[in-house]
Design a binder for this molecule. Structure first.
Ligand code: AMP
Length: 250
């Protein structure tokens, strides 16, 4: 079985981001970039399925600038069999990424596409659902448990008030939640080997994808600054302040 994993290059989760002076977006100049954390989980799941013998090939795909090679090399060091880069700069919207992945699915015929639940830069949570709709494939989102066999995939989703178990026919698109696993840290020899590995490339034209944006960003702003908190010394003072200052008690 073949698994395709989407790997997006995003600003590292621990970087405190700054909004550009003109409000047109987030300033990524000199910011540390990493693999989207949800995609690390998706990749770890695919590699574990490969190690257990259920999966024979893990194809890591990144759509973005040439610098996305860095995240693809991390994917190879973590255990992906192949890496494929589709050049796209500036970044594409989820619909265009879904069309790009559709073109790759047509060429590669994966049994399963594993994506992150969301990319932490745009927080869209759309690409997997759009890809499943374009392909007419089964889908499960926000998955925290995954088993695969020749008959299909069994997944667990955390929903309000409990767990939902679904059986999916393959091919399918599954987007994963952070609770699915703890991704491994690649070992130094694997990192060195990945530095020399070949990364395949495709263009949007080869895949027939229209990169034209459908959305326009009106303005990006910092969240309002939070006022500092107040320490109270007694419960009585707390109640008094809640009633007379905050106005939340009558
Ligand atoms: P989003 O819909 O943007 O929140 O992204 C959901 C998931 O789709 C991500 O976690 C990735 O697995 C995949 N994805 C989104 N954009 C890209 C991209 N440019 N390259 C590869 N995978 C992507």
């Amino acid at each position: 079985m073949k698994v395709l994993v989407g790997v997006k290059r995003v600003v590292d989760a621990y970087v405190k981001i700054r909004v550009r002076g003109d409000g047109s977006g987030v300033d990524t100049a000199n910011a540390k970039m990493s693999m989207n954390p949800f995609d690390e989980v998706a990749l770890e799941a695919a590699v574990r399925l490969q190690e257990s013998g259920v999966v024979t090939e893990v194809l890591a795909v990144s759509v973005g600038p040439a610098s996305a090679h860095e995240q693809l090399r991390t994917a190879l060091a973590m255990g992906a069999t192949r890496a494929l880069h589709v050049a796209a700069d500036p970044a594409l919207e989820p619909l265009a990424v879904a069309h790009t992945l559709q073109g790759i699915c047509d060429r590669e015929a994966p049994d399963l596409v594993l994506l992150g639940k969301q990319a932490i830069d745009d927080d869209c949570n759309q690409t997997g659902q759009m890809l499943a709709a374009l392909q007419g494939w089964a889908q499960a989102t926000s998955v925290s448990g995954l088993e695969l066999d020749a008959g299909g995939a069994s997944v667990t989703r955390e929903i309000d008030g409990g767990l939902e178990h679904l059986a999916l026919r393959l091919p399918a698109v599954v987007s994963v939640d952070l609770r699915l696993n703890d991704p491994r840290h690649p070992k130094l020899p694997d990192i060195m080997k990945a530095k020399r590995a070949q990364i395949e490339t495709l263009t949007l034209e080869e895949l027939g994808v229209d990169p034209e944006p459908r959305l326009s960003v009106l303005e990006v702003t910092e969240p309002p600054r939070r006022e500092p908190g107040v320490r109270v010394s007694t419960v009585g003072e707390l109640v008094e302040r809640l009633r007379n200052e905050a106005g939340v008690l009558s």
